[in-house]
Design a protein around this ligand. Structure first.
Ligand code: SAH
Length: 251
């Protein structure tokens, strides 16, 4: 197995592949000024196995394009959508988020939880904007600094892992500079990290290591996740997932 295949195997049976919760997705939906009589066109980019896709499908009158690079995650989403009777509202597509080909001004909402970092926040908000209708919504969660200064150890750790990490106010400025107005911002609470993401991940580790005993990359994956968890425990007051709800300004 390649490292990517191992990573997929480690995350495939998880409910979610990043921090988040039903409540925080619903909270974002509540900020949207939308007409429920019209069927909305939504793209959920980097959907993983679809925790948030299913919530969107449950609560909105919408056609949802669920996009992820890896078909294995999309298969999981398809099974769940089928079980919940939501298949008609969700169309999966194994496409890179850098290579989307929606028609110009065709989407009412672009949704992306814990995924835009894969192409970079700046590239994502700029390259996806043309797909949105005027006044369409961009809803993204993104790892961000929560205050202006922080200990060197955590600064170095995240700068290396994700050079585009910056403060919430810088991200908001960036959205404004790229043709969006800000509707809302909030920080994901700790349960989105521990209960919903890290704790289930810690539980999966022993079986995963046992299953891939012969592959040293499995140890590397587990120890790097353990380091990330340790960092969050130690420094969680300084960074978090910021949920941004923005609206495309015409022009
Ligand atoms: N939104 C989900 C998954 C977040 S994890 C959740 O919150 O649970 C990030 C997801 O982005 C993964 O499912 C990964 O497969 C996907 N991904 C990584 N690189 C990508 C790319 N270049 N294009 C599309 N999806 C990508």
């Amino acid at each position: 197995m390649t490292t990517i295949e191992l990573l997929i195997d480690f995350h495939i049976n998880a409910n979610r592949q990043g921090p988040g919760s039903t409540e925080t997705t619903l909270k974002a939906i509540n900020f949207l000024d939308i007409n429920s009589d019209e069927t909305l066109n939504i793209a959920d980019i980097g959907c993983g196995s679809g925790a948030q896709t299913l919530i969107l499908a449950q609560h909105l009158n919408a056609n949802i394009a669920a996009i992820d690079l890896f078909p294995d995650f999309l298969e999981q989403l398809e099974v769940k959508a089928n079980e919940q009777g939501l298949s008609e509202k969700i169309t999966t597509s194994a496409t890179a988020m850098e290579e989307l080909n929606f028609e110009t001004s065709s989407l009412d909402i672009i949704w992306s939880e814990a995924a835009i970092y894969n192409m970079g926040f700046q590239e994502g908000i700029a390259q996806w904007r043309p797909f949105l209708k005027n006044n369409g919504f961009l809803v993204v969660s993104e790892i961000s600094w929560l205050s202006d200064s922080r200990p060197k150890e955590i600064e170095a750790y995240w700068k290396k892992a994700y050079p585009q990490i910056s403060t919430v106010s810088q991200k908001i400025k960036q959205l404004e500079r790229n043709g969006y107005s800000i509707v809302a911002y909030y920080k994901l609470p700790e349960n989105c990290w521990f209960e919903n993401y890290y704790t289930p991940m810690l539980k999966r580790m022993p079986d995963f290591l046992e299953k891939h005993l012969e592959n040293p990359d499995s140890e590397i994956i587990v120890s790097s996740e353990r380091e990330e968890i340790m960092m969050y425990k130690k420094y969680k007051e300084f960074y978090g997932y910021a949920f941004f709800i923005a609206q495309k300004v015409s022009g």
